[in-house]
Design a protein around this ligand. Structure first.
Ligand code: KIV
Ligand code: ZN
Length: 523
């Protein structure tokens, strides 16, 4: 592949993103986001607008002092007080940048600035020179550039470069541009300015839903820095979405060789963090990071996915840090995906039983808004297999002790009305508790999977444990398999509950008419 230009990712989630109506991040929240952006290897973090408020100043200063890696930029109007505030906030950074701006469109100059073109040029000269006297890395933005006269704009940019600007940014401040026009405009401005040794940049807003497209058009025209925000957060309808830009450049590296230096596998994690801290939910159908971005419901699509994921996925979920592809069972789903789901949840049915279950499932989909895994399990066990209630155990109490990496557990269960207690040792308290349960029940299912995660941010967050247990026949072939889930603020209790939940499912499956003859193993 031919070597292409490398595109720098300038993240402005903490500045333009935070300007979104209803978003208000405190210093610690901004720091958390900045650390994640640095881990994801964005090239530049615009940390805030220090002259805007003392809180903004403090947040930018904390980020400059503590977050290693990216260039840390602060925004400033061309006035001296703004530039001094920006410098005061970022001077501790390893690689500080002052980003100064002034508007250049006729409407902004006349009504907002009340300045003539010559006054704006003077202001650029003064502001950029002042910034450059403080720091080597200076970015200059011409606000509302896309509605400015290209010849005047080129003059403004030449002035900025003469005074020391190293990055020149062309914003589509009000999201008015359309891609082919904007590409030609950016090309013209770069040619008219005729400056060498600077990085051209673009900054697009999403008022017409074209921010990403316009940024891509500008890349085609020669810009090498894209300004964007996580989840497309920002003023009004937001900015160019970082995750979309990064994945367009990566997925279509045939059209855009060179890519970015970003670690895309962090995209979903950072998106989730920004969503939680800002309180702005990510729509399910949001490209790249939405919960449906890798979910398939139509039968034809699900069949294709089961044959080869590339039939309907142009990116792998793990490439963007998503948990995986999902085949969503609903009224559009096909029998292939339904049968696969049954197998995954431990049902080994005949062709006729699958057909009967599928018909009942479709019928339920027409009657119920959302059909859950539990609905399917109950439909198959009760209506198709005709389950009896089966043996059932419940947790009465447990006691664990740990020391030197070893654990001892004493567990009491109620097994069909009778209390039974036993104790065991193991590699840690959870392993010991599982051994004690096995001793009580006289069975040793295989623990195929175990995971625990915190649901919530604080130290008293709920722990949610998940297990998969299976039982094999004498030839080692798995015949019953069940998922179990348990939650508690105590992770050991959550783990024990998940194990017992899976055991009860195994009992229920074993007690069905169609189940393999494992009743003797599981009760
Ligand atoms: O939208 C805009 O023009 C801006 C500038 C300050 C870069 O946010
Ligand atoms: Zn903006």
């Amino acid at each position: 592949m031919t070597e292409g230009p490398f595109i720098r990712i300038f993240d402005t989630t903490l500045r333009d993103g935070e300007q979104a109506a209803g978003v208000n991040l405190n210093r610690d929240e901004k720091l958390r986001i900045a650390f994640q952006l640095a881990q994801m290897k964005v090239d530049i973090i615009e940390a805030g607008f220090p002259a805007a408020s003392p809180g903004d100043f403090e947040a930018v200063r904390a980020i400059a002092e503590q977050v290693p890696g990216p260039v840390i930029a602060a925004l400033a109007r061309t006035r001296s007080a703004d530039i001094d505030a920006a410098w005061g906030a970022i001077r501790a950074a390893n690689r500080p940048r002052i980003h100064t701006f002034i508007a250049t469109s006729p409407i902004h100059m006349e009504y907002k600035l009340r300045m003539t073109e010559e006054q704006v040029i003077d202001e650029v000269r003064r502001g950029v020179s002042h910034a450059r006297s403080l720091v080597e890395d200076v970015e200059f933005s011409a606000e509302d550039a896309s509605r400015s006269d290209p010849r005047f704009l080129a003059r403004v940019f030449r002035t900025a470069v003469e005074c020391g600007a190293t990055t020149l940014n062309i914003p589509d401040t009000v999201g008015y541009a359309i891609p082919d026009e904007f590409e030609a405009f950016v090309r013209d401005v770069i040619a008219l300015a005729g400056v060498a040794g600077v990085v051209w940049s673009v900054h697009c807003h999403n008022d017409l839903g074209l921010a990403v497209m316009n940024s891509i058009a500008a890349v085609r025209a020669g810009v090498r820095q894209v300004e964007c925000t996580v989840n497309g957060l920002g003023e009004r309808a937001g900015n160019t979405s970082l995750e979309e830009i990064v994945m367009i450049l990566k997925t279509r590296s045939d059209a855009f060789p060179g890519g970015t230096g970003l670690d895309a596998s962090k995209l979903c994690g950072v998106s989730g963090l920004v969503s939680r801290l800002t309180g702005f939910p990510v729509p399910p159908n949001k490209a790249i990071v939405g919960s449906n971005a890798f979910a398939h419901e139509a039968g034809i699509h699900q069949h294709g996915m089961l044959c080869n994921a590339k039939t309907y996925e142009i990116m792998r979920p793990e490439d963007v840090g998503a948990s995986g592809s999902r085949l969503v069972l609903g009224k559009h789903s096909g029998k292939h995906a339904f049968a696969k789901h049954l197998e995954d949840t431990g049902f080994f049915l005949t062709t006729e039983q699958i057909a009967e279950s599928f018909a009942l499932f479709k019928d339920l989909c027409d009657r119920k808004e959302s059909v859950t895994d539990a609905d399917i399990e109950s439909l198959v066990t009760n209506d198709v297999l005709g389950a009896t209630t089966g043996r059932r155990v419940t947790l009465r109490s447990y006691l664990v002790q740990v020391g030197h990496g070893k654990g001892t557990a004493t567990v009491t269960l109620e097994d069909e009305g009778v209390e039974k207690t036993d104790a065991a040792t193991g590699n840690g308290p959870v392993d010991a508790a599982y051994s004690a349960i096995q001793r009580i029940l006289g069975m040793e299912p295989e623990l195929e999977q175990y995971s625990i995660k915190a649901v919530g941010e604080e130290s008293d967050a709920l722990g949610e444990a998940r297990v998969i247990l299976s039982i094999a026949d004498s030839e080692g072939q798995v015949r019953l398999k069940a998922h179990g889930r348990g939650s508690s603020t105590d992770v050991i209790e959550a783990s024990i509950k998940a194990y017992i939940d899976a055991i009860n499912r195994l009992f229920r499956m074993a007690a069905t008419k169609g189940a393999p003859h494992y009743a003797e193993i599981v009760g």
